[in-house]
Ligand binder design. Structure first.
Ligand SMILES: [Zn+2]
Ligand SMILES: [Zn+2]
Length: 421
């Protein structure tokens, strides 16, 4: 048994913000209450710390199978644990693509053998994520997927998206879309605008994302399916999400820490600033922060996308899209959103816990009988991020060397301490 004492329990699911203790018994929460004692329990002193339900990351790339040069399930989940995440959803764009029950089973088995935190796979929507035939979604659900996506690219056509939604509706799975219009995207590498012109880089208009988000919202209305917009970066897409929520459609969305922190004005000729969707305009960034505050956006997700130095250390145009993100997510949320007074601490914790859980149709709360997944963090611990010290196999981040206030202190998964600062 593990007794977490003297902490400030923050549980958005029950709107609890109080000095309480949490007793874990094996892989379950036994009790949450004031002044708990348990004679034979190990005690974790959380004085001065926040005790929250275990963080969930809806969107990451663990690269296994097939991309083990850049990351493995083991190294990626160790980085996730350092970031305070107790569960991560891994996208299916591996080699081979996770489009069949046998690939899903392989991921689940590798995770059972080597992962530091829970791994919840996302299955491909179409075979090979090629946008032609439906993948074997039902069999993948039986093998353990928690959602479907052709991430890396959008579900290719409206007709296919309608089929995917109808199918996932009957299985009660969320459909997660990477929104992008291929004809507008067309070889771009950063957000279209004055900065792209100055850098001489080909731009992508924000409408590449919002047009696809609008298509998906229309189809969610048609099918009544659960639609989740991945890594939303534009005010246009956010307005479609707001409209969908207003009319009662089952539409949710996530935003990454880099999109609520940086803008296209921050982009340098350095491939650690190259991600997809690209860093957006200041107006878009400010709209996303407002959406995080007012409840229009459901989750913060990292889109942790490791790339080995050999592939990323090339000209901007030729580098792959994506940055790593587990270890800086909470600190960026605290620094950019909470310490600035834009979001309450309760709302930030919701975006990492009950928010993403709801997208998956789950609960996330500190209560008797729930899984013993707990994230303990400090809101003011000063530290500097050194990517070279990351357990991740990759170093592609624009936040290397950045100083933060607030950090994960312990990550507890199924009653076991997966990470302790
Ligand atoms: Zn994506
Ligand atoms: Zn992704």
């Amino acid at each position: 048994m593990l007794l977490i004492k003297n902490g400030r329990v923050l549980d958005p699911a029950t709107k609890t913000d109080a000095a309480l203790d949490v007793l874990l018994d094996g892989d379950r929460i036994a009790k949450v209450g004031a002044n708990l004692s348990a004679a034979d329990a190990e005690v974790f002193d959380a004085h001065g710390l926040v005790v929250a339900p275990g963080f969930i990351d809806l969107h990451c790339h663990l690269r296994e199978p097939g991309g083990e040069m850049s990351e493995t399930i083991e190294t990626g989940t160790r980085a996730a644990a350092r970031g305070g995440f107790t569960a991560v959803c891994c996208m299916p764009n591996t080699t081979p693509v996770n489009d069949s029950a046998s690939v899903t089973r392989g991921i689940v088995e590798r995770a059972a053998a080597s992962a530091a935190v829970r791994v919840w796979p996302i299955g491909a929507a179409s075979v090979g994520s090629k946008g032609e035939a439906l993948a074997e979604i039902g069999a993948m659900k039986d093998a353990g997927i928690v959602g479907v996506s052709d991430d890396g690219k959008p579900v290719a056509t409206a007709r296919l998206m309608r089929q995917v939604m109808d199918f996932c509706n009957s299985l009660d799975l969320p459909v997660i879309d990477h929104c992008e219009d291929a004809s507008l995207f067309a070889g771009g590498v950063m957000r279209e605008g004055p900065r792209a012109i100055r850098l001489g880089l080909k731009g992508i208009p924000g409408q590449s994302e919002s047009i696809c988000a609008g298509r998906d919202v229309e189809l969610a209305l048609l099918s009544s399916a659960r639609l989740h917009i991945a890594h939303m970066s534009t005010s246009g897409a956010l307005e479609y999400v707001r409209f969908a929520k207003r009319v009662g459609a089952r539409v949710t969305s996530e935003v990454t820490p880099h999109h609520f922190t940086l803008t296209d004005e921050d982009v340098r000729y350095d491939s650690n600033y190259k991600m997809n969707p690209p860093l957006a305009s200041r107006a878009d960034r400010d709209a996303l922060v407002a959406g995080l505050a007012d409840g229009s956006i459901d989750a913060i997700a990292t889109d942790h996308a490791p790339h080995h130095a050999a592939s990323k250390d090339v000209e901007f145009d030729r580098a792959p899209f994506g940055i790593i993100g587990f270890e800086t997510a909470l600190a960026l949320g605290l620094g950019e959103l909470v310490h600035t007074g834009k979001l309450s601490l309760m709302r930030l914790v919701e975006l990492f816990t009950s928010g993403p859980a709801r997208v998956l149709g789950r609960e996330r709360t500190l209560a008797h009988g729930q899984p013993a997944d707990v994230t303990i963090f400090s809101t003011d611990h000063p530290w500097t991020y050194h990517a070279a010290e990351s357990p991740s196999k990759s170093r592609n981040t624009p936040f290397d060397g950045r100083t933060f206030r607030g950090a994960p202190i312990a990550t507890i998964v199924g009653g076991r301490i997966a990470y302790r600062r």
